[in-house]
Design a protein around this ligand. Sequence first.
Ligand code: MN
Length: 284
Amino acid sequence: MNTLRTIATTFKAKDVLEGAGVRLRRGFSNVEAKQFDPFLLFDDFSSTIPEHYLAGFPWHPHRGMETVTYILDGAVRHKDSLGNEGVIESGAIQWMTAGRGIIHEEMPESAHGIRGFQLWVNLPKKEKMSPPRYQDLAGATVPEIALGPDARTRVIAGEIGGVMGPLKSVAGNPLYIDVTLESNGTVSIPVPPGHTAFAYIVEGALGTDSSEPTLYAPGTILLFTREGDTLVLRTGSSGARFLIIAGAPLNEPIAWHGPIVMNTDEELREAFRELQEGTFIRVG
Ligand code: MN
């Protein structure tokens, strides 16, 4: 017997200026992070206007967390202090586990608009100082499967419908899927009880089961209650494309400043001291 989850809260992504002057929409960040544990932040940097994104995100550090970049259209060139360099292209995902630290730059470079998202995932205390790790998942490695009669989904991370996404084990066994649901369609998505789960609406209009009449617009986050094991989502005449992201909460203290997320203020101070002294990046 499935237990349906209901919407706990909805959030409308807000315009913010980030990096060297990128205009993006932020779904949630430090104010709401406790409700989204283990997720810290969600940004939608989609834009049709190159001046909104070309300034990019020049050299900056990360420690104690992961950044997950998913590109629908366009490209982001990246480079880092460990010598990694590449381009995240349409359909591709970069799951970057900063661990004890990297310094990198992320530069959108599409001349004709971009569609993409960045999610920040917290690391558990025991993995905050682990060696940095990249998983660059090309679009062709992401399986696309039918999810019932009305929906198709790209499986980026986790397992759904018996299909595993290409992401290799990371903390919290996250689920990250990109679902396209046709008009007047319904889809059921299993999520482990207790895991945080939210939807981000990319296109169209999306609601939950028919007991809830509202359909929500693109740029809305639907945060679900943690009780229950099934999300039911439905569309009206326009259909919808949306992301479903879920993961196990850490329930650990958060000490967060900018791109560094630790457990205590002392660990934060140490990170910024190391940045100043040039010892932030540890070799070997
Ligand atoms: Mn970054």
